[in-house]
Design a protein around this ligand. Structure first.
Ligand SMILES: C[S@@+](CC[C@H](N)C(=O)[O-])C[C@H]1O[C@@H](n2cnc3c(N)ncnc32)[C@H](O)[C@@H]1O
Length: 288
């Protein structure tokens, strides 16, 4: 079900695969009492950011959100800087909404448009595509089919304005996660919520960005986490609780906490698996 007018302050404005709404209370239990800047290099729907932001007071000077998905980054910037224009377009889309309109908009070459148009395009598709998924093909074409929702809330103007207020002063970058190495200082907090290690070969979902996110990127991320922790940055990660992930994050260097979310992962209709998640905290000692 697409979330609509029931959204509360601190809820994200996008429904994002791997969204952390259920995990946020467990993540918050592991946050340091004080930290310098906050970095979230895989922001996606930004579930932790919006919860934290609703508790702290904007405008922020030390918050950097990043993502490898350029359209998502442009959407965040437009909501931050130009929310009224985004709302105006979404109100027009609400009137036009039907299956035919969905496929026409989906096929649009959106990358040449302005940020506010990219934002309205993304939010509209997020509210109306099957399961609210964002998935692209190898050419970057959005390829999720129409979701058969009855009266989806396409424009929740008050909630978008509330999110825009929380984004004031926030730096939003289109970049790979490793860019955080050039920015994070001792005492800062970095939360990494990467595309998860797949539960099986057929269950893999790495379609958020064109390049995907495979084992080499998972290892690179682990090494970035260790490097940051070695320089005194507080590093929190999340991932599935699987043997592969436990092998990637050994107890000597990382503290692992199971979060009993029993997330349902669906690869092929009938094959539903359930898996818990891990909150992973990098230990501060430098690598031996
Ligand atoms: C699991 S989602 C994040 C979910 C988010 N925490 C939430 O609450 O909705 C992972 C995000 O990583 C982004 N991503 C994939 N590869 C990346 C990379 N190499 N560098 C930065 N971001 C990347 C994807 O676009 C996606 O938005």
């Amino acid at each position: 079900m697409v979330r609509g007018s029931s959204m509360k302050p601190g809820d994200p404005f996008l429904k994002w695969a791997g969204g952390k709404r259920k995990v946020v209370p467990h993540l918050r239990a592991h946050l340091p009492a004080r930290f310098g800047c906050y970095h979230e290099p895989f922001v996606g729907g930004g579930a932790l950011f919006f919860q934290l932001a609703a508790l702290l007071k904007p405008p922020f000077t030390g918050v950097v959100l990043g993502d490898g998905n350029e359209r998502l980054v442009r959407c965040y910037r437009a909501v931050r800087d130009n929310v009224e224009q985004v709302i105006r377009i979404l109100e027009l889309y609400t009137v036009s909404h039907c299956e035919e309109f969905f496929y026409a908009l989906r096929a649009m070459d959106i990358d040449g448009a302005g940020d506010h148009e990219v934002a309205a395009w993304l939010i509209y598709l997020n509210r109306t595509a099957f399961n609210g998924l964002y998935r692209v093909n190898s050419r970057g074409g959005f390829n999720v089919p129409f979701g058969k929702y009855v009266n989806p809330t396409i424009c929740n103007a008050d909630h978008l304005r509330a999110c825009a207020a929380l984004l004031q002063g926030v730096q939003i970058e289109h970049e790979g996660f490793e860019a955080v190495l050039g920015r994070a200082q001792p005492g800062d907090l970095v939360y990494f919520d990467p595309p998860y290690v797949p539960l099986s070969k057929t269950a893999s979902f790495t379609g958020y960005t064109r390049g995907g996110f495979g084992p080499a990127q998972q290892e690179q991320l682990r090494d970035v986490a260790l490097e940051l922790a070695g320089r005194g940055v507080c590093v929190l990660l999340s991932n599935h609780d699987t043997p592969e992930v436990r092998e990637l994050y050994p107890a000597k260097q990382f503290q692992l906490r199971v979060v009993p979310v029993a997330r349902a992962i669906n690869s092929k209709g009938t094959k539903r698996g359930k898996v818990d998640e891990l909150v992973i905290v990098a230990r501060g000692a430098p690598r031996s």
